[in-house]
Design a protein around this ligand. Structure first.
Ligand code: HQG
Length: 196
């Protein structure tokens, strides 16, 4: 689809809370619950952009093409991406619905980091990191990012992941389009607590 150019009525300068609300709505329908608005994702998680806008409108959550484009462009974490022709849109990662993101295995930095809450530590240090409701365990190349991810859950606990050791033992890693490192699970032996 062709997007309009921003005009004085577009989201430029719009309340960031409005953009955040729209971003959360997109996360809901593109990652977790497309059926909420009667949307269908293909096997790689793509929705037709026109169909997404139509489903949103039918569900009383109308968004204009320009507003949608603004949400995608303004997201520092690049949660969403348009296909090159703009006709399709998907979430880059973080899904709970079953889709195949067609991620290509790649070699991570030797160390990766995971931020979590202290209340999860006993379970993590017994079972390793598990993907929970997501498709993969999410890891960061930077301690700062891991810290921000962990603080979402409560009192921060930081873990270092021996990614080089995992690769040497045949574990596969993927990097999402927005730079999040993904793997199926991290056994305890590759984990080291950083913030004690
Ligand atoms: C914990 C955000 C008990 C795990 C972020 C985490 C990220 C265990 C929680 C992305 C466990 C799952 C993902 C075990 C792991 N026992 N707890 N064995 N193994 N956990 O939200 O990594 O804003 O599903 O430590 O930026 O926090 O969505 O995963 O605390 O990239 O774009 O179970 O979500 O991105 O929580 O965050 P989550 P996460 P978005």
């Amino acid at each position: 689809m062709t997007f309009e150019q921003p005009t004085k009525d577009t989201p430029v300068g719009e309340q960031s809370t409005t953009v955040t609300r729209r971003s959360k709505l997109l996360s809901l329908v593109l990652r977790h619950s497309p059926q909420t608005i009667g949307l269908e994702l293909d096997e790689a998680g793509w929705a037709h952009t026109d169909e997404l806008l139509a489903c949103l409108a039918r569900s009383g959550k109308a968004m204009s093409p320009v507003q949608l484009q603004a949400v995608v462009a303004s997201c520092a974490k690049q949660r969403f991406a348009f296909s090159e022709d703009g006709k399709r849109i998907r979430a880059n990662q973080g899904h709970s619905v079953t889709i195949e993101l067609q991620l290509v295995p790649s070699t991570p930095p030797d160390a990766l980091y995971h931020g979590t809450a202290t209340r999860f530590l006993d379970a993590i240090l017994a079972q390793g990191l598990q993907r929970q409701k997501r498709h993969h365990v999410h890891l960061s190349a930077s301690i700062e990012t891991a810290g921000a991810v962990g603080r979402r859950h409560g009192k921060l606990a930081l873990l270092r992941v021996d990614a080089a050791g995992m690769v040497a033992n045949g574990h596969v890693f993927y990097c999402s389009d927005n730079g999040v490192w993904l793997t199926d699970a991290v056994p305890v032996t590759y984990l080291q607590r950083l913030d004690e």
